[in-house]
Design a protein around this ligand. Structure first.
Ligand code: 3HC
Length: 687
């Protein structure tokens, strides 16, 4: 097999190039090639300096994650050895960086004696996002080069920095807007005689000045970074070691912490999720050469919260939007909210005033439905009612140009029935955005029975363009995400009657790692969503709350009471309503354990996920996990509901559900697939 690493001499400079597409990950062959390259430089008297560069789109984007857990990951030379060999080279080594220098890639760059980059390059240590820490000297070299505070920020967040900032803090020595290789070679020639060589591991200046209090301060001021996740604290500990011990001891400590993380469940979950997210964009059963349709202008029907949020995605990506409303007031209100949202982002420094102007300049607000004729994709975001949606799609069928894609933002309704109102069901699909639509990363792409392959491919490509993570779902009530909410909500509400409180149930979910529990979520979204709006018709606790105006946070009262700062507290009034219902139903309250809450609200979700899979409503278990992590804040360190089910074991889930079966009654039935997995001791997910 040919090596991905090649070498070439330019005068006295040896260029070591890596060609390992798509991202030049540091797999075994690359590591081996790098060491050979350095050995070649050492052996050749005609070589005075070395340049390491990536071919294609990028410098090294890190270790090869697909090798993790396989013998290849441990095959020598391992990355910690490789970086030491580079740093110990007796001739100057220059890293020439374009694209991304991430994780092990930045560790290679840090081991080089000099770093030059193009201004668009990004440098970072995203290992924390994989449940890890930089394990090839990065936690020891980065603080020595970039300073302790920056190293803490970069290692615990995993967010890369731009090359310009890297240059300001001394992580990059020179920036070259173009002709990177030529400049790197010239720079290597310039520094060829410099001795002693500047070795990152030997630097003391930036760590000597570090205040030991910085670590506790950092923990205190970033509580969310550390909540639930194991890796951020270990990253911090490793950086702390760099300030306390010499490099040689520090790297041993780093390795120990790295191995502890690597063998844990969180790292496995986060690495699984890395590939799950990328797999989600692949659609089964569609020829690979299917071409997407061209989308030059998007139409949005409805300028409410959803319509406005959806429009902002396209405007921000530079795609013009025609937004239609029924009356001027609603249109003005909708566009006003969009402008306010953009201005709020500008006030936080996320956008410039010019960018706000550009985005809003691409918006065409109109009352004329016929204006949608100019659009290549039209997304309906109106009231969630089948007859209204069908009426709109019937009208769209007459107005839209041939080949235009017609999408509904419905969160529950049947896309095939909506499509039946048109003469072109092949052009119809669901695009279910999550609220707030301009922020949430998830997009459920609902594939109707007749949706054409190129329509699906267009939706997936467009999702990427507007920076969403898209998952394909089949037509069923609530698709993937909301469908799994149903058993959770049903059992949570029944548990209230049986003796639990909203706060107890929510706490189980928050302790599990969810951003909020079922009742906190209901209060945030609006308890009145889907309510029949008749205050005299009271059939359940929700009806009773809505009838007394307890619609959630927007009314200052829902399952909880809220103060003026929207801080929740348990509500005596809600307890009264629950007690009243309980008495009427003749239920004697009993003590509910957290275990029971878990089994009836989380295990039931797994069971529903398994049903979704067995019905083919999701393509793969990992797609369900992507929906729950990006749409509902399922803790990524638990991988998602199906990965979590695998870590619990299907047999344990079945056992827990059997314990609760009688209490759940006719609301519950077992998924055959779940039973099957339990019996065969199989997993839902596989990497
Ligand atoms: N290892 C293996 N495969 C990788 C990879 C990696 N480090 N990074 C990306 N890939 C694969 C992806 O799975 C994808 O494969 P596919 O086409 O078969 O789905 C392909 O490369 C392209 O990736 P993206 O779709 O993500 O491409 P983008 O252009 O959107 O993003 C990127 C490129 C910013 C480099 C992004 O892929 C990324 O963030 N990669 C991960 C970087 C990372 O985490 N590095 C640290 C690794 S851990 C480490 O280095 C440990 C060390 O400290 C010892």
């Amino acid at each position: 097999m040919t090596s991905p690493i090649s070498t070439e001499k330019h005068g006295h400079v040896l260029i070591i190039s890596s060609n390992n597409p798509p991202v030049n990950s540091l797999g075994h062959a690359v590591r081996e090639g790098l060491v050979k390259g350095i050995e070649e430089a050492e052996a050749d008297e005609g070589v005075a300096a070395v340049v390491i560069i990536g071919e294609g789109q990028t410098f090294f984007a890190g270790a090869d994650i697909s090798e993790f857990g396989t013998p290849k990951a441990f095959a020598p030379p391992m990355l910690p050895q490789v970086v030491d060999i580079i740093e110990n080279c007796s001739k100057p080594v220059v890293a020439a960086i374009h694209g991304t220098a991430l994780g092990g890639g930045l560790e290679v760059a840090l081991a080089c004696h000099y770093r030059v980059a193009v201004p668009s390059a990004k440098l970072g240590v995203p290992e924390v996002k994989l449940g890890l820490l930089p394990g090839a000297g990065g936690t020891q070299r980065l603080p020595r080069v970039a300073g302790v505070q920056k190293a803490l920020e970069m290692t615990t967040s995993g967010t890369p920095i731009g090359a310009k900032e890297a240059c300001d803090i001394g992580l990059v020595d020179r920036l070259y807007p173009e002709h990177l290789l030529q400049h790197a070679v010239a720079y290597a020639t310039e520094v060829a005689e410099v001795r002693p060589l500047p070795r990152s591991s030997e630097r003391q200046d930036k760590i000597a000045e570090a205040d030991p209090a910085v670590f506790d301060e950092f923990i205190k001021s970033n509580p969310r970074t550390f909540k639930g996740f194991e890796a951020p604290m270990k990253n911090l500990e490793a950086v702390r070691v760099a300030t306390q011990k010499p490099y040689a001891e520090g790297v041993l400590e780093e390795r120990k912490l790295f191995m502890e993380l690597m063998s844990g469940t969180q790292a496995k979950a986060q690495q699984y999720f890395f590939f799950a997210e990328r797999k989600a964009s692949k659609i089964d059963g569609i020829p690979e050469d299917t071409k997407p349709r061209e989308i030059k202008r998007v139409g949005v029907i409805g300028a409410g919260t959803m319509g406005g949020g959806i429009s902002m995605n396209f405007l921000s990506a530079g795609i013009p939007v025609t937004i239609v409303e029924m009356n001027q007031d609603a249109l003005d209100r909708g566009t006003g909210v969009m402008l306010k949202n953009y201005q709020a982002s500008a006030a936080k420094g996320k956008l410039t005033a010019e960018q706000v102007g550009q985005a809003m300049g691409l918006l065409k607000p109109t009352l004329n439905f016929d204006d949608l004729a100019e659009c290549d994709l039209i997304i309906e975001a109106v009231f969630e009612q089948m007859d209204i949606k069908k009426d709109i799609f019937g009208r769209l069928d007459k107005v839209a140009k041939p080949g235009a894609i017609l999408a509904s933002n419905t969160s529950y309704l049947n896309i095939d029935e909506i499509a039946s109102a048109t003469s072109r069901p092949q052009d119809v699909l669901g695009l279910h955005f999550f609220s707030p639509a301009n922020i949430m990363k998830l997009l459920e792409v609902v594939r109707g029975a007749k949706t054409a392959p190129d329509v699906l491919v267009t939706a997936m490509a467009l999702a990427k363009k507007i920076r969403k993570v898209a998952v394909v779902a089949g037509v069923c009530y609530g698709f993937i995400g909301n469908r799994m909410l149903i058993p959770r909500q049903t059992e949570a509400t029944k548990l209230l009657l049986e003796g639990a409180t909203p706060a107890q149930i929510d706490k189980v979910h928050v302790d599990f790692g969810m951003p909020m529990g079922p009742f906190q979520m209901a209060d945030l979204a609006g308890v009145d969503i889907g309510w029949h709006r008749d205050p005299t018709r009271i059939e359940n606790i929700r009806d009773a709350l809505c009838a007394v105006d307890r619609w959630g946070q927007k009314k200052g009262a829902g399952f909880y009471d809220y103060d003026e700062k929207r801080r929740p507290s348990p509500s005596p009034k809600v307890q009264e309503i629950i007690d009243d219902f309980r008495a009427k139903a003749g239920v004697t309250p009993r003590e509910i354990t957290d275990q029971e809450i878990m089994e009836r609200t989380l295990y039931t979700m797994v069971n529903e996920g398994a049903k979704i899979l067995e019905e083919g409503m999701a393509q793969r278990a990992s797609d369900i996990d992507v929906v729950w992590v990006y749409g509902y804040g399922w803790p990524v360190y638990r991988g998602g509901p199906m990965f979590w089910a695998d870590t619990e074991g299907a047999a344990k889930i079945v056992e827990g559900l059997r314990r609760q079966e009688e209490r759940m009654g006719s609301d519950f039935s077992f998924s055959k697939l779940l039973l099957d997995k339990a019996e065969k001791a199989e997993k839902f997910t596989a990497r």
